[in-house]
Structure formats: structure tokens, C-alpha cells
Design a protein around this ligand. Structure first.
Ligand SMILES: Cc1cc2nc3c(=O)[nH]c(=O)nc-3n(C[C@H](O)[C@H](O)[C@H](O)COP(=O)(O)OP(=O)(O)OC[C@H]3O[C@@H](n4cnc5c(N)ncnc54)[C@H](O)[C@@H]3O)c2cc1C
Length: 431
């Protein structure tokens, strides 16, 4: 019997030992693998770059990687790009820029695959900007019987509504048509603001930029606020910004977190130092370089989307919780916003979302903190990010999604024998 090779996610809190791993060379070869697995009663799971904190991409069955399906095939006159679903977002951004196009929004990193990012509703920030899945205009999927189907608003519309955030549970997505806009630069201004003042004028904050976000540093009154807007100005401050971002957002920050972890008594001195880090300033750069930053410090994260107006109250409660913990986190809490969409299991389905993300350094205990935050979010009909750590299950999630049954009926039709199930989908979608 062949030896199983272990696989784990980016932060190492999830791992599995697939029976076999397949690098997908072509759509037809993938269809053959899936059809054979289905008739042998084996399970199949696609993995992207393994950046989910949940077990979304883990399997003891056959693990398929679509990294070879990464070519930008075409860009239509109205800016819809058709691309291999295994492309990484940074590579896609580069290929698009060569054609004068950009994605409208990205999250904090851009190393995920397009299929993986959209399967969990990955988002950036912006009151008028939806998650990446909401830009999908069509996709090709290989289903459990080996069929290859194209889905868009006119063809297989119910699969289109379900599969843009599919958690890998409907099949393996091989091509994606995604809306883009003319390439743009972003002007980002960073400032340190009082958290109280930021929350007191929450609407003002949300509308203060196309892409606003803040990081509150626990134990301080300081929030690092970032506001980014489209600009016609050319790139400025790239070298300095890159060095500073790497230092402040990774090295200095990582050192601070490790110090707090090892010597909790230094916590208050370290966090007040962090509140005064040299984070001000402005820069102009290509959108993808402003949206995303390399992350070298490993952590575990939970993020909840709640109705946008609930953020100030919910955030205050999280702040109180942090203050009451025996082992309070030093890691900043990130707050973002995103536009609504109509995708069945999108975390932003039907509502403008405010996002509250909490983190713990890799290996540090997170249970009390995360459970406490989740209990608060439950009171605001919070929806957990599908790719980030949470404790929910199908029973608690179903009432949060008006189109839950529609998704399940597509899943039952396409995958009645649960070829694409794993422990995570068993838990969050039901068996
Ligand atoms: C450091 C870090 C920063 C992050 N920042 C953000 C952020 O700013 N905003 C945000 O919203 N999220 C963020 N995330 C979460 C991340 O974007 C998601 O977890 C995303 O799903 C990871 O993409 P991936 O390519 O690694 O997919 P994986 O984690 O490998 O897989 C995720 C899901 O996609 C499915 N999948 C993968 N490929 C296919 C395919 N071809 N067909 C069908 N299904 C497929 C998998 O089966 C699985 O269910 C961050 C994560 C990390 C580790």
C-alpha cells in the first residue's frame, strides 16, 4: 500500500492524510478521477493553498490540486475575465494588470487561489464592495458523476446561485469568469485614532473611504485606521511602504506577540509601545499591492459578519470581553465592512456586513477568547467566515441563511452520495 503523505493548512491547526493526491492537468483528467472515485465510493476534496483556518480543504480521501489550471484565457469587452480556477490571486492580479484590468477588491493577502478564496466568500473591505464571489459571472464545475457544466445567470442558474460560495461541496470548480474593472491605483492614508471616537462616528468611518478598515490594539485606546481610495496619482512611497509594512505588520509585531506570550507581565508595556508604532503616512500603489500584505507571523483567526449597524455595540462588548479575560490577547482586532449579495451561502447574503476579526498567535490558547466572541456574535445573527475558525454547526447555521434549503437541494441533486463531503462539511452543512 502506498504511504500517505500528510497535508496541513497555513497555520498548522488542521491536517489530514489523503489516500492519494492528484495534481490536475486537464479538466477531462479531473472528470475521470472524480467519476472513478465516485464509483469506487471514495471521497474527493479540492484544496487551494490551504489558507483556511477550518478543515474546509482537508480529506482522508483523494485530494485534488488545481494549481495547474491558472491561465488567464480571455478578457471580454465588458471586462469579464475567464481564468483557470486554480490561479492564485496575486498571479491573477498581475496577469490582469498586463491587460489593463484589476479585481475590484481583495482581502489582506493575495496568495489564495481564486477557487479557494471564493468557495469560502473571502472579502476585503468597502461599503460598496462585495466579496470576491460576488464578482463571479460564471463558472465551470466538474460534478460527482464526472459531468462538466458551465453555470451562470442563464445556464444552470440554481447551481450558479449556490456554487459561487460552494465550500467545495458541489464539485470541483475549474474555470471562473469574473468581473474586473479598469486597472487602478489606490491612495492609502494610515492614521492612529481613538477607538472611542471611531466607533462614536461609525457611519462617518464607514463612508470615509471606498475601502476603510481599522485595527484596535487591545489594552489601548488606539486604533490603526487605514483608508484607501481610487486615485489617478502615480505610485509613491513603495520602497519605504514595503519595508515599513513588513516590519510593522510582521517582524516587530511578531516579536511583540511572542514576548507577550512568553512573558505575560510585559503585556501592558508592549501594547502601549505598539500603539505608538510609526504607522502614519500615505502611499499610492497598484491596488493589489495596497490591498494585500505578506503575512509572516502565523496566527489563528475567527471572523464574524454582522449587520453593519450592530458593529459599535458588538465591538464594545468584545472590548469588555477582552478586558475580562485571564489571558487577554495582544493581537489587534480587525474591523471591516462589505456590500450585500444574493449568493445562497454567502456570509453577506442580503445584508451590508460589518466584520469583526479576532486572532491569537499560533499555538496560543484561543478557546475562551473565541467562544466568548462567538457568544456575542450569536446575539447579532453573526455569520462566521467559512474559512476561519468557529464552533457552529449545520443546526445553528441554517437559520442564518434564507437560501439554506435552496443550497441543500442543489447539493442533494449534484452530490447525493456526498463524494465532496469531509468532516467540515459534515459539521457545517450536515451529512
Ligand atoms: C494569513 C491569512 C489572511 C487571510 N485574510 C483574509 C481576508 O483578508 N479576507 C477573507 O475573507 N479571508 C481571509 N483569509 C481566509 C482565506 O481567504 C480563505 O480561507 C480562503 O478560502 C483560502 O483560500 P485557499 O486557496 O487557501 O483555499 P483552501 O483553504 O485550500 O480551501 C478553501 C475551500 O475551497 C475549496 N476549494 C479549493 N479549490 C477548489 C476548487 N477548485 N473547486 C471547488 N472548491 C475548491 C476547498 O475544498 C475548501 O472548501 C485569510 C487567511 C489567512 C491564512
Amino acid at each position: 500500500m502506498a504511504k500517505r503523505i500528510g497535508v496541513s493548512n497555513w497555520t498548522g491547526n488542521q491536517s489530514c492524510a489523503p489516500v492519494r493526491q492528484v495534481d490536475v492537468g486537464s479538466v477531462q483528467s479531473l472528470a475521470d478521477v472524480i467519476a472513478a472515485a465516485a464509483s469506487a465510493g471514495e471521497r474527493v476534496k479540492a484544496i487551494g493553498t490551504g489558507h483556511s483556518f477550518t478543515g474546509a480543504a482537508m480529506t482522508s480521501g483523494i485530494l485534488v490540486r488545481c494549481g495547474g489550471l491558472n491561465r488567464l484565457e480571455s478578457v471580454s469587452e465588458d471586462g469579464v475575465a475567464t481564468v483557470g480556477a486554480g490561479v492564485r490571486l496575486d498571479s491573477l492580479s498581475r496577469q490582469l494588470r498586463e491587460r489593463g484590468r484589476s479585481l475590484s477588491s481583495l482581502g489582506d493577502i493575495a496568495v489564495q487561489t481564486l477557487a479557494g478564496a471564493t468557495a469560502t466568500a473571502t472579502h476585503g473591505t468597502g461599503r460598496d464592495y462585495g466579496n470576491i464571489s460576488s464578482s463571479i459571472r460564471g463558472f465551470e464545475i466538474v460534478t460527482a458523476d464526472g459531468s462538466v457544466m458551465w453555470c451562470d445567470a442563464e445556464n444552470n442558474a440554481d447551481i450558479f446561485a449556490a456554487g459561487r460560495v460552494g465550500l467545495g461541496a458541489l464539485g470541483v470548480v475549474t474555470r471562473i469568469a469574473i468581473a474586473t474593472e479598469r486597472s487602478f491605483n489606490l491612495h492609502q492614508v494610515e492614521s492612529v485614532q481613538s477607538i472611542r471616537e471611531t466607533l462614536a462616528d461609525w457611519n462617518g468611518f464607514v463612508t470615509s473611504a471606498e475601502h476603510p478598515e481599522f485595527f484596535w490594539i487591545p489594552g489601548t485606546d488606539a486604533a490603526l485606521v487605514k483608508r484607501s481610495n481610487r486615485t489617478t496619482r502615480s505610485v509613491i512611497g513603495r520602497k519605504k511602504a514595503t519595508a515599513e509594512k513588513l516590519l510593522v505588520e510582521n517582524a516587530a509585531f511578531g516579536a511583540a506577540m511572542h514576548l507577550i506570550n512568553r512573558m505575560p507581565s510585559t503585556r501592558s508595556r508592549v501594547v502601549s509601545l505598539m500603539g505608538s508604532l510609526p504607522s502614519g503616512g500615505e502611499r499610492v500603489d497598484h491596488s493589489e499591492r495596497i490591498f494585500a500584505t505578506p503575512r509572516h507571523v502565523r496566527f489563528i483567526e475567527m471572523e464574524y459578519g454582522i449587520p453593519i449597524d450592530a458593529v459599535p455595540e458588538a465591538f464594545e462588548r468584545v472590548r469588555k470581553l477582552v478586558g475580562s479575560l485571564a489571558d487577554p490577547p495582544g493581537f489587534p482586532i480587525e474591523v471591516r465592512v462589505s456590500a450585500p449579495d444574493n449568493i445562497d451561502l454567502s456570509t453577506s447574503h442580503g445584508r451590508v456586513s460589518g466584520w469583526i476579526a479576532v486572532h491569537r498567535l499560533k499555538g496560543a490558547p484561543h478557546d475562551d477568547y473565541f467562544r466568548g466572541v462567538e457568544a456575542i456574535m450569536n446575539e447579532y445573527e453573526g455569520r462566521p467566515h467559512w474559512g476561519k475558525f468557529h464552533y457552529q454547526n449545520a443546526e445553528s447555521l441554517a437559520p442564518l441563511y434564507p437560501r439554506w434549503d435552496a443550497f441543500q437541494s442543489v447539493r442533494n441533486r449534484l452530490d447525493p452520495n456526498r463524494v465532496f463531503a469531509n468532516d467540515y462539511t459534515d459539521r457545517v452543512l450536515g451529512t
